[in-house]
Design a protein around this ligand. Structure first.
Ligand SMILES: [Zn+2]
Length: 326
C-alpha cells in the first residue's frame, strides 16, 4: 500500500549488510542482517520502480515519471563497505535491481579507515573509559563531567567540541600510543570495497556517488582548503559510472548547513543527498537540488517498520514542519 504521492521519490539509505559483530560495527549498528535485507528488497520491488540515481536523474530530466505505474525508489548504500559487494549479486542482480553506492575515496582498497570507524574500533578494543582518558590527556579537557557512556555520546562530544581534522589528530595520537595500525585492520577485516570490486559492480547496475574523502562532519571543517579537498571527486570517479551527486556524511541538518549545499553545487554536482524527511517531490528536487533519504537503520527489524518509515513518517514530519512554520 502506498500513501505518498507518485511524484514523490523514495530514497532509502543502507550502510553494510551483516550482524554488527566485528570490532568496528559493534558500536555503530550500521549493518542490517541479510534475511531482513532480502525482505526489504522484496517489499521495495513489489511496491516501487527501483532505479539508481543516474536513472532517476534522466527520468526527471525527460519528465517521464508521470508515465510510470508506480512511484520511483532508489536504494543507496553509504561508506563503500565491502559487505555490500556480496549482496548486490545475491539479492539485487538476480532481481535486476539497480542501486547507488556512495564512496569515501580515502578508504577505497582498505588504505585507511574512516574516523568514526576508528573511534568505534578503539572503544571496542580499549573500552570507552580508556579512550576518554586518552582524549582528556591529549586535549587538556576534563571529559569526565560530560557523562559519556556510549559511542554516540562520545561522537556528539567530539563533534561539538573539536573541529576536523583535530578530531583526526586525537584518534591518530591514541592509535600511535597503542601501536594500532588502521590500514592493517581495515585490510584484515576487508572493511571497504576495492577498485576492482567497484569496477565489477558497474556491471550489476550500480552507479557511484561521492560521500567525501574522509567522512568528516562538513560543518566542523573550517579550513576552506580542507573542505574543498573533502568535497572534490577522486580520480577513480573518471573510470566508474559516476552519478554526479554528493551524499553529505551523517546527512542530518545538524552536520551541514545551507552554505555547504551551495559550495557542493558550485563544484558541479547535480544534487546534494541528505538524510532528512525522506520527502522528494520532483518539483522540490528540481528547485532545491537536494535529495532526502529514509534511513533504514531507524526502521527497526521488520518490513512493517520499513513501510512506516517510508510511507507514514515522512508525511507526519511534513505536517509537524508546517505546524511549526505557522
Ligand atoms: Zn556515511
Amino acid at each position: 500500500m502506498i500513501l505518498r504521492k507518485k511524484n514523490d521519490i523514495r530514497v532509502v539509505l543502507y550502510h553494510g549488510i551483516g550482524r554488527n559483530d566485528n570490532a568496528v560495527m559493534r558500536n555503530l549498528k550500521d549493518e542490517i542482517c541479510p534475511m531482513l535485507f532480502e525482505h526489504h528488497i522484496d517489499f521495495l520491488n513489489k511496491n516501487y520502480i527501483i532505479k539508481n540515481i543516474s536513472q532517476v536523474h534522466e527520468i526527471i530530466k525527460n519528465q517521464e515519471y508521470e508515465k510510470l505505474k508506480k512511484p520511483l525508489c532508489v536504494i543507496t548504500f553509504d561508506d563503500g563497505l565491502n559487505s555490500v559487494y556480496d549482496v548486490v549479486e545475491k539479492y539485487l542482480f538476480k532481481r535486476k535491481i539497480p542501486a547507488s553506492i556512495y564512496l569515501n575515496s580515502c578508504v577505497i582498497d582498505n588504505l585507511n579507515m574512516l574516523w568514526h570507524h576508528k573511534l568505534s574500533y578503539l572503544i571496542t578494543k580499549l573500552g570507552i573509559s580508556n579512550v576518554i582518558t586518552y582524549i582528556s590527556y591529549y586535549s587538556g579537557c576534563i571529559i569526565s563531567k560530560y557523562k559519556i557512556k556510549t559511542f554516540s555520546d562520545l561522537f556528539v562530544f567530539l563533534v561539538n567540541n573539536f573541529s576536523f581534522p583535530r578530531i583526526n589528530s586525537i584518534i591518530t595520537y591514541i592509535s600511535k600510543e597503542q601501536a594500532i595500525n588502521f590500514h592493517k585492520i581495515a585490510k584484515s577485516l576487508g572493511l571497504y570495497l576495492n577498485s576492482s570490486q567497484i569496477a565489477e559492480l558497474q556491471n550489476y547496475g550500480i552507479d557511484f556517488g561521492n560521500h567525501t574523502r574522509s567522512h568528516y562532519v562538513i560543518n566542523r571543517v573550517f579550513n576552506e582548503n580542507t573542505k574543498t579537498d573533502e568535497l572534490k571527486k577522486c580520480v577513480l570517479y573518471n573510470k566508474i559510472r559516476d552519478n554526479n551527486t554528493l551524499a553529505i556524511p551523517f546527512g542530518v541538518k545538524n552536520y551541514y548547513n545551507d552554505e555547504d549545499v551551495k559550495i557542493i553545487l558550485s563544484m558541479g554536482y547535480s544534487y546534494v543527498v541528505e538524510v532528512g524527511t525522506g520527502l522528494n517531490l520532483v518539483s522540490d528536487i528540481q528547485r532545491k537540488k537536494l535529495i532526502s533519504r529514509t534511513s533504514v537503520h531507524q526502521a527497526g527489524n521488520s518490513v512493517l517498520s520499513l513501510f512506516y518509515h517510508m510511507e507514514i513518517k515522512p508525511l507526519i514530519k511534513r505536517i509537524v514542519y508546517r505546524i511549526k512554520k505557522n
